[in-house]
Design a protein around this ligand. Structure first.
Ligand SMILES: N[C@@H](CCC(=O)N[C@@H](CS)C(=O)NCC(=O)O)C(=O)O
Length: 203
């Protein structure tokens, strides 16, 4: 049976597809649609009662939450993206929780672009932009000092946070004062595994 990841590439499952490609492991991909035919179907809700994607099934172990799935995969498969010791594990978990909160804030801002009429959008977005700019300033200082989030190398912590920052793609003003973040983000998305995963969103 092995690893099965559920979720369309144009969902948060993209983070897990990227991670699986980084790891070079075999996996099945079920590009589950939203709604009664997919995420809300009886059979899927038995797997994930939240009715959301992504979910990972690893030989009967079912995990949800895209960032937690990636931390699990890193530790299961090992390699340079994984924590090398308990200290790195703690730091990657800490950044993962920070990333999860940012994910919700960035997603809320992303939705304003889709849900709020254009003439009201800047005002609606302003509080979220301010909060996220503050967070990006913290990230900018960290990356300027350390190059990466943990261990001086690209790890699952970087992958997870880049996957969340993807929701800021319609709000480049949030990253305007953060050249180090922009370069680190672009380098992450230029990795061959990232490009292979994002190619799944096309067509
Ligand atoms: N925090 C969760 C969020 C999961 C989530 O909101 N998934 C969306 C797709 S990106 C979903 O399934 N939405 C359908 C729904 O909520 O009904 C994660 O990172 O996995």
């Amino acid at each position: 049976m092995g690893l099965t990841i559920y979720g369309m590439p144009a969902s948060r499952a993209i983070r897990n597809l990227w991670m699986l490609k980084e790891l070079g492991v075999d996996y099945q991909h079920v590009a589950l649609p939203f709604g009664p035919e997919g995420t809300k179907s009886d059979w899927y809700q038995k797997l994930n009662p939240r009715g959301q994607v992504p979910a990972l099934d690893d030989d009967g172990l079912v995990l949800t939450e895209s960032l937690a799935i990636n931390l699990y995969l890193a530790k299961k498969c090992g390699g340079p993206l994984a924590p090398a010791n308990a200290g790195e594990d703690g730091l990657m978990t800490s950044w993962g929780m920070w990333s999860a909160i940012l994910d919700n804030q960035a997603y809320a801002l992303y939705r304003t672009n889709l849900d709020v009429p254009e003439d009201m959008r800047a005002e609606a977005a302003a509080p979220g932009v301010a909060v996220l700019r503050g967070k990006i300033a913290v990230l900018e200082a960290h990356l300027a000092n350390h190059g990466f989030l943990v261990g001086g190398r690209f790890t699952v912590a970087d992958l997870n946070l880049i996957g969340c920052l993807f929701y800021l793609r319609l709000n480049p003003e949030v990253l305007a004062d953060a050249p180090t973040v922009r370069a680190w983000y672009a380098a992450g998305l230029a990795r061959p595994a990232a490009m292979a995963a994002w190619a799944l969103r096309e067509g």
